[in-house]
Design a protein around this ligand. Structure first.
Ligand code: G3P
Length: 216
């Protein structure tokens, strides 16, 4: 399973990119609006200069024609831009058109197996089931990830599954076990994936023991 970073915060992206384990970034209008400068174009170009993999940028238009126009403009911002389009009828029509132009699409706001299947048939490169938001309303978000992965495998669909709306490290463990191709994780969750108290204790003990035989 690959790891994408789910943020529009440039400092966080720079820090995470240094680790060499992040292969993409996903943004959305809410994440962009949290940053001091909500200039989506400048922000996207900066992110694309830091991360060479897929950088998802969401369209804001709601009808097909406007989505297509907006997607073409946003896709021209950098070669590694992936366009995020929601799982609606207008969105599916736009995905079908844009995928024929070789524009990478991440179908977002996916909450059902049917939506995921239709996104794949429309030619989306990725579909993003929102795990945390399903959990929030009492549905098992990770079960949906697993079902999508199984169905895509069964029908040999090449669309990749991004486990999105990840809220904590156990979501990452479950996404990996469910066979998600990618988990897109907030920066704090990435740090939680790394940290383990026993690693810290182990380092302290090793250093303390070493100092006993090798006084400075
Ligand atoms: O990747 C989608 C993500 O940004 C949504 O997360 O926590 O707002 O449900 P959340």
């Amino acid at each position: 399973m690959r790891i994408f970073l789910d943020t529009a915060n440039i400092d966080q992206i720079r820090q995470a990119a240094k680790l060499g384990i992040v292969s993409g970034v996903t943004t959305n209008p809410s994440l962009v609006s949290k940053e001091a400068t909500a200039d989506y174009e400048t922000m996207t170009k900066t992110i694309c200069s830091i991360v060479s993999g897929s950088v998802s940028v969401e369209v804001l238009a709601e009808d097909t024609e406007s989505m297509i126009k907006e997607a073409r403009i946003k896709a021209s911002w950098a070669p590694n831009v992936t366009i995020k389009i929601p799982a609606t009828a207008a969105g599916l029509e736009a995905i079908s058109a844009l995928s024929k132009e070789n524009i990478e699409i991440n179908m977002t706001l996916c909450f059902s197996l049917n939506q995921a299947l239709l996104g794949a048939l429309a030619g989306a490169t990725y579909v993003s089931p929102f795990v945390g938001r399903l959990d929030d309303v009492g549905h098992d978000g990770m079960q949906l990830v697993k079902e999508i992965v199984d169905v895509f495998k069964h029908y040999q669909l090449s669309t990749q599954v991004i486990a999105a709306s990840i809220r904590h490290p156990l979501h990452c463990v479950a996404a990996a076990k469910a066979g998600a191709h990618i988990a897109t994780v907030p920066y704090n969750v990435l740090m939680q994936m790394i940290n383990h108290p026993l690693t810290d204790v182990g380092i302290s003990r090793f250093l303390a023991d070493w100092r006993k035989v090798s006084p400075q």
